[in-house]
Design a binder for this molecule. Structure first.
Ligand code: CA
Length: 223
């Protein structure tokens, strides 16, 4: 359960999302433009922000940058099209997950809960890497990635995707298995989300780190 700020200028969507989140036990505040979102976020210090990309005033990208400037805030971004989602993942704007309209409020709540769960599990503790993939080291407890001694930032979703594949290696995981394990989401309609996040991980860590097994899914390369 958390305090959630819903930023969405379309009243029907904002109301439906807020109602579903409240029914799930979250405390919800709503606002309808970007500048207001930045202000409310500073006042409320929410546990998570549901943020529409296209807003009057400041757009969602700029809101995401500003609210992340002071403290880390988990963000689930709402986009109107899949290609916008791909663009955002590529820009690494600091959102933890993305969902493309139209979506069911139930699906959104599942995504929100998965992000909140992961953030609450983020711990710390020094230890050696749990997985070593070539030059890439994965530290599960502290949720850090190092490449040749250099820290590389992955979003919580990207980290979980990589960690799931590393734990399963050398087995191949299907998109559906990854959706369940990483997103906690059982309906297969989010398969393109898996592909977007794989592309983001490859951009950050190199193309070789995750192997595409055509017609099946993904696996980690040579261990
Ligand atoms: Ca909008």
């Amino acid at each position: 359960m958390g305090n959630i700020l819903v930023v969405e200028d379309e009243p029907a969507i904002a109301t439906a999302v807020a109602a579903r989140l409240e029914a799930d036990g979250h405390a919800v505040e709503m606002c309808h433009d970007g500048a207001e979102a930045v202000e409310r976020c500073a006042e409320l210090e929410p546990d998570l922000v549901v943020l529409d990309l296209l807003l009057p005033g400041l757009d969602g990208l700029e809101v995401c940058r500003r609210i992340q400037a002071g403290r880390r805030v988990p963000v689930v971004m709402l986009t109107a099209r899949d290609d916008e989602t791909d663009m955002l993942v590529g820009l690494a704007v600091g959102a933890d997950d993305y969902i493309t309209k139209p979506f069911s409020p139930r699906e959104l709540v599942a995504r929100v809960n998965a992000v909140l769960r992961r953030v609450s599990e983020e711990g710390s503790g020094p230890s050696g890497p749990d997985h070593q993939l070539g030059a890439v080291e994965i530290f599960r407890a502290s949720r850090r990635i190092r490449v040749e001694e250099r820290e590389v930032h992955l979003t919580p979703t990207e980290f979980d995707l990589l960690a799931q594949l590393a734990a399963a290696a050398p087995a191949v995981l299907t998109r559906q298995q990854l959706l369940v394990a990483v997103w906690g989401y059982r309906d297969g309609s989010g398969a393109r989300t898996v592909d977007s996040h794989v592309r983001a991980v490859r951009r950050k860590l190199g193309d070789d780190v995750i192997r595409t097994v055509h017609g099946v899914g993904y696996s980690i390369g040579d261990l």
